[in-house]
Structures are given as structure tokens and as C-alpha cells.
Design a protein around this ligand. Structure first.
Ligand code: DGL
Length: 266
């Protein structure tokens, strides 16, 4: 029997803030028939500076509640900082749930670079992770990989996407370290290893000292989720369904307006 729209469970997309929206917009293109629940742990934002064990416990605790309340079919963890830390713990704690993760796109970068110089722009949490070091060990030993942990970019992206001005100098000082020159070669790929950053890609391009490929994994994550979900031929998107959940319980007006712009009730 073919499933109907009403029988399809929603997809839950999770991030510490608004960064997961960069993944949500790709997921929607590939799965227009699905309902989406966007969860922002804004009460815990930013994740980048959290002590690891405390953040792990927070994320597991949140999911115990979220899964019970929303009963999704799949959860997309649209946050490198969360998934590189707690992805395996989530899968172990909730074995009945499918989690699609987000990890720094080091493997595709290592495959594509011509100069052999790759930079990974991420939160301080993600650059510290054993998971990130393992990705480099497994897939990029032939490259020179520079890890750049940015203290402020996630916050700046939050401000920028809500319509606040961000200064060129402030952005430049966060991305400058990504640009390496070595023996006549230059960095040619910068991995955007925080889902907030693609919102600022236009600014990065304008301020870059030379052109590089800014690698955004959003589409690949959406494709992975699509591949795991059955597609009912007659399924249509459930009417008026998609909504956002903020762990603070109190998103401000610019945030609610932003969510509405993404077709989410907040
Ligand atoms: N968007 C998150 C990521 O992909 C991190 C933002 C933060 O909470 O610092 O890593």
C-alpha cells in the first residue's frame, strides 16, 4: 500500500541557532512532500565554546524530549559542533531513530583541491574535536589542512541574517587565517564547517584575498536524508504544517519574521 501525505512523519532539522536553515532550504527542494520541524537550541547558543561533556548531556536530554513530542521519521543534525561531538551518542541513545549528520566536508575538499592547501572554517568546538582530526587522518593526509576556529562568526551570522550590519573588518579578521601561501601554492578550498557560515558566503567571497571554493555541504546532507526516506508517489506536503521550535521559548520579532520567511510558523 502506498503511504498518503497524512501517513508521512515529518523531518526534524536541528541546530543551535539559525544555521540549520541553510540545510533546511536544500532539504525542502529534495523533499517537497515532507513536513519539517525546525529546532533551534537558542537557549544553548553558541555551541562553539561549550565544555564537551556538558554539551553532550544537553543534546541527549533535548532529544529525549523532542523525539517524544514530535515523533519525526528522521532527524537531520544540521550542526557540525553538535554532531561531531554527540552524533554517536545520539545513535546509541535512540537506536530506533535515523540521524543524518553534518561533519566538516574534509573528504570532498581533499578530493577536489588542486593546490593541496585546504582550510576548515568552523567553531572552536568543531576544530578541537577528535572527530575532525580523524577525518583529516582518514582522508586528507596528502593535503595541508589548516583548522581555523572562529570565536565570533556564528554570532555574526545570526546578526547578519536578522538584518543587522556586520563590519567588513570584523569578518576579515575571522577568515584571514584561512588563506595560506606555501611554496608558491595557495589555499584553494575553504570548508564551511559550521552551518551558519553559508549565509555569509557572499561577504566571504568579496573579502577573500584571492578566489577560493567555499565548500557548503548543505546539499549533500539533504541528498543523504532523501536517500534514506521512502518517497510515496502520491504524497503531498501536509497543509500549513512546518514550524520552528526555540528552546528559549521566546524568539524575538526579527527571529519570528525570519522563520516566516522560511515558511515556518514560530
Ligand atoms: N551551526 C553550528 C555548526 O554547524 C554552530 C554554531 C554555534 O552554536 O556555535 O557548527
Amino acid at each position: 500500500m502506498t503511504a498518503t501525505a497524512n501517513e508521512q512523519k515529518p523531518i526534524l532539522v536541528f541546530d543551535s541557532g539559525i544555521g540549520g536553515l541553510t540545510v533546511l532550504r536544500e532539504a525542502r527542494v529534495l523533499m517537497p512532500e515532507r513536513g519539517f520541524i525546525y529546532v533551534a537550541d537558542d537557549a544553548g547558543f553558541p555551541y562553539g565554546g561549550w565544555e564537551e561533556q556538558a554539551l553532550r548531556e544537553r543534546i541527549i536530554g533535548l532529544f529525549a524530549k523532542l523525539l517524544m513530542e514530535h515523533n519525526p521519521e528522521v532527524c537531520i543534525i544540521a550542526c557540525n559542533t553538535a554532531f561531531t561531538l554527540a552524533g554517536a551518542d545520539l545513535r546509541a541513545a535512540f537506536p530506533q531513530m535515523t540521524f543524518v549528520g553534518t561533519v566538516p566536508a574534509i573528504k570532498p575538499a581533499a578530493e577536489r583541491t588542486r593546490s593541496g592547501l585546504v582550510s576548515v572554517l568552523a567553531t572552536p568546538g568543531t576544530v578541537k574535536r577528535a572527530y575532525t582530526r580523524d577525518l583529516i587522518q582518514s582522508f586528507a593526509t596528502q593535503c595541508h589542512v589548516r583548522l581555523v576556529g572562529s570565536e565570533n562568526l556564528a554570532r555574526m551570522a545570526e546578526a547578519y541574517i536578522r538584518g543587522d550590519a556586520v563590519s567588513d573588518d570584523a569578518v576579515r579578521s575571522e577568515i584571514d587565517q584561512c588563506f595560506v601561501e606555501k611554496e608558491g601554492r595557495k589555499t584553494d578550498i575553504v570548508v564551511l564547517a559550521c552551518t551558519h557560515y553559508p549565509f555569509m558566503a557572499n561577504i566571504f567571497r568579496r573579502l577573500a584575498p584571492w578566489p577560493v571554493d567555499w565548500l557548503d555541504p548543505a546539499e549533500a546532507i539533504a541528498r543523504r536524508a532523501r536517500s534514506l526516506l521512502p518517497q510515496a508517489v502520491d504524497a503531498i506536503h501536509p497543509d500549513n504544517f512546518d514550524f520552528a521550535v526555540f528552546t528559549s521559548g521566546a524568539p524575538d520579532f526579527p527571529t519570528r519574521r525570519l522563520m516566516q520567511g522560511f515558511g515556518l510558523k514560530a
